[in-house]
Every structure is written in C-alpha cells, then in structure tokens.
Design a protein around this ligand. Structure first.
Ligand code: SF4
Length: 74
C-alpha cells in the first residue's frame, strides 16, 4: 500500500526540511521548495511511512499531510 504525501503550496515556506528528512522521495528545487524525485504525486511506500510521518510532524509551516492509503492492484 502507498499513501500520498501532499504539500500545501500556499503554506510551504520552501526551506527544504522535508527533503532532508525524506531524501528517498524528495529533493529541492532552486528555491528550496520540495520536489518529487519521480513524476506525478508523491507516493509513500510502507517502508518510508515512518520518515514521512516525521516530516509531516516537523514541517514548521504545517504544510505537509499524509493522505489515506491508496488501494493496491487487485
Ligand atoms: S518542511 Fe514544510 S515548509 Fe519546509 S519545504 Fe517542506 S513542506 Fe515546505
């Protein structure tokens, strides 16, 4: 199962803390805003849920949230 990590762009301050905490999924653009390492939505696999939750907790702007699990293939 994967869970989408969603950035509230109206709140994000672009300091890049989340990219430091979740380098497997995120990098920073030239201004410090988080950028997905792959195309499309930021999908968090089970093994990275702990670090993703930590990034959500530590975001100083409360600009990150972890959405509900997406259903897997049937
Ligand atoms: S930690 Fe929060 S405020 Fe900082 S870049 Fe990431 S989403 Fe934006």
């Amino acid at each position: 199962m994967t869970r989408p990590l969603v950035v509230d762009w109206t709140a994000c301050r672009g300091r890049g803390l989340c990219a430091d905490l979740l380098p497997e999924l995120l990098t920073q653009d030239h201004w410090g805003f988080p950028e997905n390492r792959s195309r499309g939505p930021i999908l968090v696999p089970d093994e990275l849920e702990g670090p993703a939750r930590r990034a959500v907790r530590m975001c100083p702007a409360l600009a990150l949230r972890l959405d509900a699990e997406l259903p897997g293939p049937r």
